[in-house]
Design a protein around this ligand. Structure first.
Ligand code: ZN
Length: 470
């Protein structure tokens, strides 16, 4: 592995809660780890990176995605619908139109977009499965992630119950058998799951939804198997008010209570969204030490609402950020997502402001969350949820970090350049992106990727998908 010295550092946000910024002038990387920080002299075998005028963050950790959707951005039939209608109009209508080539291309596009935003760890909630699946999506995802040099967590989704959504090919809506899913999870764990704290590959148990994808008995059994295998548990939950209605109608309880009664709660569980929670659900999640993949852009795009992340954090819930699939987030990169998270928590609090004559106690939400907190959610928070020793710039952690150069006018005039990549929005270009101690982006280019070629292939694939889905 390369020995690297990052020198002339002027702005480091660490991802650490106690010491969110570091004034170290240099960072030494060896054997895939950060080994030393401070005033350091270069050693003869070291590759040197000059970080003058740059801003350094830990590599982002994206805890919820559906990479196959990277070729379904802005799909017109689903563009102006809320979650239920959108699911039928876009991801489910197109799911049978994916073949191996188009699936691989979608995964590559999504991963490249994330990498270019400074992301080094990606958890993909992969639910594109049906009986006699003609290609091995998991193998393709791990392969594409490895080619780019990022850490990858496959959240093995799927369903044993049909939801009555649409598709152009009925075959693609056929549920799998519970045994088939559990056998596949065991196979994936044997083949890919690394247990060490600096893992590059992990697997998680991830039925697509806890309420609709399996029977309650199967749900409990999936939790038992996950814990027996020593893997984490992930699913969608409480994305819209429909979850509250469905849980009440089907089971006579709240969505989270249903999960808790089927062993789907605990410090090894994280849920995407958690937008619509009852106060007692927030307390239950916090007491259990479960986590959230907060997906503000997808929630905003689908008009679902915005999770009360500040309250969740206060209750003890572990906080992370996910981009969700690009079919409901046309900017599925971590800088955009962090920017949205920073603004929308402030909007959320501001919406609750009342005049003083009605008992109001505050003017607005400007103090809801800081940029440093957002960065911590999107880096160390995600790493804690995935149980990987990354997301913090400090000796002993994985050498995963983004070195941004703020060379766009959008960043000119900043009084504190460190906040630029989150506060200004847009995409700050990369001087370098380092993952596992290797330089995977250099001067804003990924050596193995031709962006013009990728754009051409994407246009062709979109036309093919449209033809196939009618
Ligand atoms: Zn999702």
């Amino acid at each position: 592995m390369t020995a690297i010295l990052i020198k002339n550092c002027s702005s480091i946000i660490t991802g650490d809660a106690k010491q969110p910024r570091s004034d170290a002038a240099a960072i030494r990387i060896r054997g895939g780890l950060i080994v030393e920080m401070g005033d350091l002299l270069p050693q003869p075998d070291e590759t040197q990176i000059d970080a003058r005028d740059c801003v350094i963050y830990p590599g982002w950790v994206n805890t919820h995605h559906h990479l196959f959707q990277s070729l379904l951005k802005g799909e017109p039939q689903g563009l102006n619908l809320s979650l239920g209608g959108w699911l039928a109009a876009t991801p489910y209508r197109f799911r049978g139109a994916f073949d191996e080539h188009i699936f691989r291309l979608a995964a590559r596009i999504g991963l490249v977009e994330l990498v270019r935003s400074g992301c080094t760890t990606i958890a993909d909630h992969h639910y594109l499965y049906w009986p006699d699946m003609p290609f091995d999506g998991a193998a393709i995802l791990f392969d594409e992630a490895e080619k780019l040099g990022v850490r990858f967590v496959l959240c093995r989704g799927g369903a044993t119950q049909s939801r009555g959504l649409e598709s152009t090919t009925a075959r693609a809506l056929q549920p799998e058998s519970f045994d088939a899913i559990m056998c596949d999870v065991e196979r994936l764990v044997m083949q890919y799951h690394q247990r060490d704290p600096f893992a590059l590959r992990r697997v998680a148990m991830a039925p697509t939804t806890t309420l609709h994808s399996t029977t309650p008995q199967e749900l409990r059994e999936s939790a038992r198997l996950a814990r027996q295998l020593g893997i984490r548990l992930h699913s969608h939950l409480s994305e819209t008010v429909d979850y509250l209605d469905a849980a009440k109608a089907k089971f006579g309880m709240s969505p989270l209570q249903f999960c808790a009664e089927h062993d789907w709660i605990g410090s090894d569980v994280w849920f995407a969204h958690l937008v619509k929670l009852l106060p007692e659900e927030i307390q239950l999640l916090g007491a259990a030490g479960s986590g959230i993949a907060h997906c503000p852009q997808s929630n905003a795009r689908l008009g679902s609402g915005i999770a009360d992340v500040v309250a969740l954090q206060h209750a003890g819930v572990k906080i992370s950020i996910g981009v969700d699939g690009a079919a409901s987030n046309e900017a599925a990169d971590m800088q955009s997502e962090a920017h949205a998270a920073w603004q929308l928590q402030r909007v959320r609090k501001g919406m609750l402001a009342q005049p003083r004559y009605k008992g109001g106690t505050f003017e607005g939400g400007g103090d809801a969350v800081t940029v440093e907190e957002i960065i911590r959610w999107g880096t160390a928070g995600g790493a804690q949820i995935l149980d990987i020793k990354t997301g913090v710039i400090a000796p002993g952690y994985a050498a995963d970090m983004a070195i941004y150069r703020l060379d766009d006018p959008r960043y000119f005039g900043l009084h504190d350049s460190a906040i630029g990549p989150v506060a200004c929005g847009g995409r700050a270009s990369l001087k370098a992106l380092i993952c596992n101690g290797a330089i995977i982006v250099e001067e804003d280019a990924i050596p193995s990727v031709d962006l013009a070629e990728l754009a051409h292939a994407a246009n062709q694939a979109v036309r093919t998908l449209q033809q196939r889905a009618g």
